[in-house]
Design a protein around this ligand. Structure first.
Ligand code: ADP
Ligand code: G6P
Length: 757
């Protein structure tokens, strides 16, 4: 975590969020008490800021009227922003929670639009921006959070062009068709584009945002880089959009479960409920996005049907009060309380509830005791940015007991694939999932919980914040990803014992992605690229691996997709990616298609025209250098120099690279005796990122031999394994000599993983 110590001009790191991490409450004697603010944003950022030397947090104190003076808490400087009663009604309850919140959560309730709300949204945003700009040090970093403050990045930039500005949206970003309903939509987009880096929870949110910018503002977009035109003589600015799934302080939550007093509280809780066999738990802010009614309906029907015995099973629903002056929230509270009352009236045994309803806050320790006491936790959000409750439950179960039922519509579902995933709109499916979870044998619970814990413990909120701030520092000065790191030089193969050890550790990880390049790894390089002979045993090993539980397999090649398909004849369980990531084949049904950015890959008439021009120039170069040839792909043209005579290969390559300097919007990738000109911006590295997200892999292994594979190796993280086939500088950790060794490695992976299934 970067140091945020104060400098003479102010703070190196300033967080700006609607709420401070603490809310002020006025006690009966007139004194002020500060309590932790509600919601996932504060849960996450509070623990991050505790690890920063001296950060600043700009936000509202939770009450109307004059803001208190800045004060220190937990080693952080807090700068309260004033909101008067009208600001609260129009900016907070109005535009933020009456317009944006429902619109961004896919219109679960209808958004309201009022022009007066927008005016106050602007003026309140300006107040937050002004305070942040005052307290940030020269050259410092300002990190703006969430939908309430979308205009703040641009407002800060107007006065402080020296600072780096990041924005993170904690809630979903809707599809462009929905976003387009928003009055002042372009002002909102421009406000956000004041940031250098814009982060979202899910890949689908990032893609929705980029699509909205492209469609509504018409700005040039390459992948997830947006080119914001400068006004007057100002230069074009690059804004990066990236996905950063937020998390929790996993180690701290897990550690609480060791506390004997909390263990006793958990045991006491079950005794207080009359020692039921099973405890089912829901924990949410009382919000219509959380699917509380759907969950109660399912539970109530199971009681009605006699499939759940209220003497043996109790449900606890914790529903924290939230936004109680907004009409939709009032209505929800009435409805939830009515349903709970009906269920208890009809089913509760004398002296104990069928549903224990808790409409208040708990401290962290009590919350952990609740999670420890729960056999099943129901997270049934109809739409949710992430949902930290799901991750908190997993972190609270080092004993590997308990079942998480998780909505597909919560961001957490992208990572927590071993949960019982449900569509909460389908009440029958929800009922079946609850019954299945209540009956799940301990071994099955353990297996799922082990995978879930791997995700949550490895990807904690510190890691999330670190990644965001690192990307923010790098934004504006992007490095060439293919040349960033060199871990191995020369051509000596790795020590076989080290290789074996790495493969053993890798195959022990719950969910794997195994991916490979084709030419030079699964097939020896030959001069006639159509005469290539893939190693059938290596292909067979990949096929078998793709059939094992928890293993996803992909081939990522520079060849066109159709070519790769006919050469490998892979079954549908293996994903094929062609043209360096620009063409993606069919995905198996369990993979999440929406995380792959098809829109970036689509060709526009301008790109078609550009590609036609490139192809004809390359053909001219090929005619001048006998033996070279041009291959055309759907999104690229490639000059092959493998069969050129004498200096022909070098001369043709030089001509092609010189021509490349005249083409600013084209990705030019020189490889082994090839130069590829792609008019869509992608790489094998982008492809591995997308595939590992789509398969929710805990770790991936990649085999590659070429410089184009370095974009994959440059992204190796914690448990990932990169294997370079052949000599040369590489960012991979391991080296093997040739395609035979690649085949042996794949067979060994199959043996090791097979032993575990
Ligand atoms: P949201 O941000 O929409 O409220 P999340 O699930 O991401 O939803 O985060 C909610 C946070 O609030 C979690 O950290 C959760 O433990 C906490 N929380 C929810 N209900 C209560 C409660 N009654 N008392 C204390 N903390 C709560
Ligand atoms: C969600 C939002 C936060 C918000 C929190 C609590 O987590 O993403 O921005 O602070 O809910 O809502 P409230 O309206 O009480 O601040």
């Amino acid at each position: 975590m970067p140091s945020a110590s104060s400098s003479p001009g102010g703070h190196q790191l300033v967080v700006v969020a609607n709420r401070l991490p603490v809310d002020s409450r006025t006690l009966p004697d007139g004194a002020t008490e500060w309590v932790t603010s509600p919601g996932g944003l504060v849960t996450a950022m509070e623990s991050v800021m505790r690890t920063v030397d001296s950060g600043a947090w700009v936000g509202w104190g939770g009450s109307p009227g004059d803001a208190p003076d800045p004060f220190e808490a937990d080693g952080m400087s807090l700068y309260p922003v004033q909101l008067d009663q009208q600001d609260i009604e129009r900016y907070y309850e109005g535009f933020s929670n009456g317009t944006l919140w429902p619109l961004y959560h896919d219109v679960i309730v209808g958004p309201e639009f009022h022009r007066g709300w927008w005016d106050t949204y602007q003026s309140a945003n300006r107040r937050f921006a002004k305070t942040a700009a005052q307290v940030a040090a020269v050259g410092g970093t300002i990190w703006v959070h969430d939908y309430q403050l979308q205009l703040v990045p641009q407002m800060i930039r107007e006065t402080r062009s020296d600072v780096r500005i990041g924005f993170f949206n904690h809630i979903p970003f809707p599809a462009v068709e929905l976003f387009s309903q928003l009055p002042k939509r372009n002002s909102v987009l421009r406000g956000l584009l004041g940031a250098d880096l814009i982060g979202f929870q899910r890949e689908s949110d990032s893609l929705n945002f980029v699509a909205a910018v492209r469609r509504l503002l018409g700005y040039q977009v390459e992948g997830k880089t947006i080119f914001v035109p400068g006004l007057g003589a100002a230069p074009v600015r690059e804004v990066q959009v990236q996905t950063f799934p937020i998390s929790i302080d996993s180690t701290a939550v897990s550690a609480l479960t060791e506390d004997p007093e909390i263990r006793e509280r958990a045991a006491q809780l079950r005794r207080d409920l009359g020692d039921p066999e099973k405890v089912v738990l829901g924990v949410d802010r009382l919000d219509y996005t959380k699917g509380i009614r759907h969950r109660l309906k399912a539970f109530g029907e199971l009681l009605d049907d006699g499939l759940i015995d209220p003497h043996g099973t109790v449900m606890i629903q914790v529903a924290t009060p939230s936004r109680e002056r907004v009409e939709a929230y009032r209505q929800l509270r009435d409805e939830v309380e009515l349903i709970v009352g009906r269920i208890n009236g009809e089913h509760a045994p004398i002296g104990r509830p069928a549903v224990s309803y808790q409409h208040h806050s708990f401290d962290r320790r009590d919350m952990t005791a609740l999670f420890m006491a729960a056999d099943v936790v129901l997270v049934t959000a109809l739409r949710d940015g992430m949902n930290l409750v799901a991750k908190e439950y997993v972190a609270s179960r080092p004993d590997l007991h308990g079942v998480l039922v998780l909505s597909e519509f919560a961001g957490a579902a992208d990572e927590l694939r071993a949960a019982v995933l449900v569509n909460p709109h389908d009440i029958d499916e929800l009922k079946a999932a609850i019954l299945r979870s209540l009956a799940m044998p301990p071994e099955e619970q353990e297996e799922a919980m082990r995978s879930l814990r791997h995700q949550v413990m490895e990807h904690d909120v510190q890691h999330w914040a670190h990644q965001f701030l690192e990307s923010l520092t790098a934004s504006g000065a992007p490095e060439d990803e293919a040349t960033r790191v060199v871990r191995l030089s020369g051509d000596a193969p790795s020590d076989p014992a080290q290789l074996e050890e790495t493969l053993r550790e890798f195959t022990a990880v719950p969910r794997l992605l195994i991916a490979s390049d084709f030419d030079g790894v699964l097939a020896p390089i030959v001069s006639d690229r159509d005469a290539v002979q893939p190693d059938q045993q290596a292909l067979a090993a990949l096929r078998e691996l793709s059939e094992l539980p928890g293993v996803a397999v992909a081939l990522i090649s520079g060849r066109a997709l159709a070519d790769l398909d006919s050469l490998t004849a892979m079954p549908s369980s293996v994903v094929l990616v062609g043209s360096h990531g620009a063409e993606v084949g069919a995905l198996p049904p369990w993979m999440q298609a929406e995380v792959l950015d098809k829109s970036v890959l689509s060709m526009t008439p301008q790109k078609e025209q550009l590609l036609a021009g490139i192809t004809s120039t390359l053909r001219r170069i090929a005619r001048a250098h006998p033996g070279t040839e041009v291959e055309t792909k759907p999104t690229a043209a490639v000059l092959h120099t493998r069969n050129a005579k004498g200096r022909g290969a070098i001369n043709a390559t030089e001509s092609a690279l010189e021509y490349a300097t005249t083409l600013p919007d084209v990705t030019v990738t020189p490889g082994k005796e090839v130069v590829e000109f792609a008019v869509v911006h992608t790489s094998k590295g982008v492809a591995i990122d997308a595939l590992s997200r789509a398969s929710a892999a805990d770790a991936w292994l990649y085999l590659g031999d070429d410089v184009t594979d370095e974009s994959v190796f440059a992204r190796l993280g914690g448990d990932d394994v990169g294997v370079k086939v052949g000599g040369g500088d590489t960012a991979a950790h391991l080296r093997i000599p040739d395609t035979e060794a690649a085949r042996d490695l794949l067979r060994r992976l199959l043996e090791l993983r097979g032993e575990q299934s």
